[in-house]
Write a protein that binds this ligand. Structure first.
Ligand SMILES: [Zn+2]
Length: 249
């Protein structure tokens, strides 16, 4: 397989040593995918990088390898607000994600849970997600949003074309278009085609992500690449921070 000019958002869980960085890079490269490492930087992910000191060590390690240097910051966790500008510039690009959204009553609804806040309908969740995404676009100095359609576990079995009204999709892609945020087409947490097509039509830039945490997932972007190609997106139009720049800094 040829070496595709594609960034691939993968996690090494470098911080707790579960997945060796060099083995991860070899696995991703073996799939013909250009690797980009983006470990979780958050107080709210088990095994994540949870201090600025650890973040500097992580960037030191990545800077000696041939790979994209990134991080996935939780929108709802304040750690990203403390990252100094000098540290921001050490990344090739940065990623924000909505692992939880703030509800109108000030509580958090998480996505990696089977528990839904009392009375929270699918539509109310989508509304909250879009309100949070609008704030993320304004406040968070990141270049792309990981798995932007990821929902709490009980909602994932519902048909996405019903959970997402077309006007919700339109609102989401306009937020991406206006803010120049990049939309990740995740092979792990897969967006539905109607929404990705709408993003393409609105001129939103896409990136591919494996969201790999274990060897079998690392660099596996088959679903994402097949979808972007089916929608007519040229491979060289996929997000490459070295070519397309950064919005985050
Ligand atoms: Zn994530």
């Amino acid at each position: 397989m040829s070496w595709l000019p594609l960034d691939c958002h993968a996690h090494t869980t470098w911080s707790d040593g579960q997945l060796d960085l060099d083995r991860a890079l070899a696995t991703i490269g073996g799939r013909g995918v250009r690797p980009s490492i983006a470990d979780h930087v958050s107080h709210d992910v088990v095994g994540g990088i949870a201090s600025l000191e650890r973040l500097d060590e992580y960037l030191d390690a990545l800077s000696t390898r041939d790979c994209g240097r990134s991080a996935e910051f939780c929108w709802h966790d304040p750690l990203w607000r403390d990252v100094p500008a000098a540290t921001q510039r050490r990344f090739t690009h940065t990623i924000g994600s909505l692992h939880a959204v703030w509800l109108p009553d000030g509580t958090l609804q998480r996505v990696f849970t089977r528990v839904m806040a009392a009375g929270l309908t699918p539509q109310a969740y989508i509304d909250a997600l879009l309100v949070n995404l609008a704030r993320l676009a304004r406040e968070m100095p990141v270049d792309l949003v990981a798995h932007p359609t990821l929902l709490p576990i009980p909602l994932r079995t519902l048909p996405p074309e019903e959970v997402w009204r077309e006007e919700d999709e339109e609102r989401m892609v306009q937020l991406f278009a206006e803010s120049s945020l990049v939309f990740e087409v995740s092979s792990r947490y897969r967006p539905h085609e109607r929404l990705v097509r709408r993003a393409v039509d609105a001129g939103v830039r896409l990136s591919l992500g494996s969201d790999g945490h274990v060897t079998a997932q690392l660099g596996n972007i088959e679903f994402s690449l097949a979808l972007t190609r089916a929608l007519g997106v040229a491979d060289d139009a996929l997000y490459d921070p070295a070519v397309h720049g950064r919005r985050g800094i």
